[in-house]
Design a protein around this ligand. Structure first.
Ligand code: SF4
Length: 134
């Protein structure tokens, strides 16, 4: 497996805060914290048959980032490309109740939300670093 980059596939949870935090943390890792080392994959495109996304997930390690323990991104990856290398479940980090709460638009994020994004992003980074170091 090619370990020059790590793919991060966030769930697309539009209905709950866990999904929002999952997407924002993934973007922060890709654009700021591990720029150039991480490629984010689009779950809807992946499920719709995006060949590039599916090829990438077969050839490179992938971390699934999930809003809750239903683990939709991991299941989609396993169905179309194979095992994921690691998993981040937002509800395990910010708590199930918070993760199941109402989603917020990016314009209305509070400091508490931003702290949640940071915590999840840190966990993704730890896992990216471990994969790249192995
Ligand atoms: S993992 Fe949970 S939050 Fe994410 S899309 Fe699936 S059900 Fe929604």
């Amino acid at each position: 497996m090619n370990k020059s980059k790590v793919g991060v596939l966030s769930c697309s949870g539009e209905e709950c805060l866990g999904g929002t935090i999952s997407r924002l943390a993934t973007r922060k890792v890709m654009e700021e914290l591990r720029e150039g080392k991480v490629v984010s994959l689009c779950l809807p495109l992946y499920v719709a048959g995006g060949q590039e996304e599916r090829f990438f997930a077969k050839a490179f390690p992938v971390i699934a980032v999930e809003g809750c323990d239903k683990c939709c991104a991991k299941k989609a990856t396993e169905k179309y490309s194979g095992d994921v290398s690691d998993l981040v479940v937002v509800s395990d980090i910010i708590g199930e109740e918070a993760a199941a709460g109402k989603t917020v638009s990016t314009r209305n994020l509070s400091q508490e939300h931003l702290d949640m994004v940071d915590k999840v992003a840190e966990d993704i980074c730890r896992k990216v670093d471990k994969i790249l170091a192995d």
